[in-house]
Design a protein around this ligand. Structure first.
Ligand SMILES: NC(=O)c1ccc[n+]([C@@H]2O[C@H](COP(=O)([O-])OP(=O)(O)OC[C@H]3O[C@@H](n4cnc5c(N)ncnc54)[C@H](OP(=O)(O)O)[C@@H]3O)[C@@H](O)[C@H]2O)c1
Length: 308
């Protein structure tokens, strides 16, 4: 394809996972010119551009958007997404542009952003990510894409084999469905971690070695659950100074899910338990503690030390 027919792409938000996915998009995707990168703290964008000519750093948010056709976002939360898109739609002509949002947000936020951008003649794809930073670096994440099939087709060349292992495509479904799947999917993942933590504590209290429990998990529920149990046993939850998944991310998602459950009359007892432990960790260890520190909290409730 002649290069002028290729889309010009920008990336807003170079946090832990944003930067990993952006690098893969630039290194393995085919774009018209360098990927234009913008970050609230400009130094991160400048550092990336200094690393490789596949990136061009801009300090002004509106320059990133006005100079490109596809605008990817990966921001901390709903408020950041709303703030950035409010600035963009107020100060730039976004007509004809496609916004692809990798941030984890409440389904209502995704729906509101899709509507606002539509009213300005632009399109929005909700594109939440399943998988953490190590998987993102290796292009082994799964993404969910919801929005019009036309918009999905435009972004498809940057998905499987470029930034991710697989894509759950929700073509012509409302954007909110992707956010909802992300929240429900992580509810399943967090609940699995909760059960693994409780089973580990029980095993330890009853004098059954962790290796024995690992053998069971690896034989009967291999894959992510076995990997999580190994992580718990490694003690990384209290050793790593800067976790890749801070407890604040789980708190944000639990709050979104609790809101949806309450508004729709659904009782989620397991979510209550997970929320109790994530809140404990936040209160005692701060919002930057490791998500897996809920293991320490569950240990303490059973009379074991926080550290394993
Ligand atoms: N980390 C994971 O394993 C993971 C996995 C799946 C999904 N996610 C989701 O992906 C998103 C990004 O996660 P991350 O790990 O990259 O987070 P992160 O490392 O904390 O980075 C957050 C990013 O948001 C920017 N930001 C924060 N507030 C802002 C504001 N008001 N205006 C503009 N930019 C703002 C930050 O800019 P500064 O650099 O200036 O602070 C930074 O670029 C989140 O929604 C998260 O839930 C993360």
């Amino acid at each position: 394809m002649p290069s002028e027919k290729l889309p010009r792409v920008s990336w807003l938000g170079l946090g832990n996972i944003g930067q990993a996915v952006c690098k893969n998009l630039a290194n393995y995707g085919t774009t018209n010119g360098p990927v234009v990168v913008w970050n609230r703290t400009h130094q991160k964008a400048a550092d990336l551009a200094a690393e490789s000519e596949r990136f061009a750093a801009v300090a002004d948010l509106t320059d990133a958007v006005s100079s490109t056709d596809i605008v990817c976002l990966c921001l901390i939360d709903d408020a950041a997404v709303a703030e950035v898109l409010e600035t963009v739609t107020r100060e730039t002509d976004v007509k004809g542009k496609l916004f692809v949002d990798f941030s984890t947000v409440h389904p209502d936020t995704a729906a509101a952003q899709a509507d606002t951008l539509k009213s300005h003649g632009a399109e929005y794809l909700a594109s939440p990510i399943f998988g953490g930073v190590p998987l993102a670096i290796e292009r082994l994440i799964t993404i969910v894409l919801a929005g019009s099939s036309q918009a999905i087709d435009k972004f498809a060349p940057f998905t499987d084999g470029v930034i991710c292992k697989s894509t759950i495509v929700l073509a012509d479904e409302p954007c909110r469905q992707a956010s909802l799947l992300k929240l429900i999917g992580n509810f399943i993942r967090f609940s699995t971690i909760e059960v693994l933590c409780e089973a580990s504590v029980l095993s330890e209290k009853l004098g059954m070695g962790q290796e024995t429990l690992c053998k069971f998990v690896e034989a009967l529920i291999p894959g992510p659950a076995a990997g999580q149990l190994r992580m718990l046993n490694s003690g990384s939850y209290h050793r790593e100074p800067k976790p890749m998944i801070p407890i604040s991310m789980a708190v944000k998602e639990n709050a979104h899910l609790n809101d949806l459950a309450q508004r729709n009359g659904v009782k989620l007892k397991t979510l209550e338990t997970v929320t109790h432990h994530t809140n404990n960790v936040t209160a005692n260890r701060g919002p930057d503690a490791n998500l897996l520190a809920i293991y320490g909290s569950i240990r303490e409730e059973s009379g074991l030390p926080f550290e394993n």
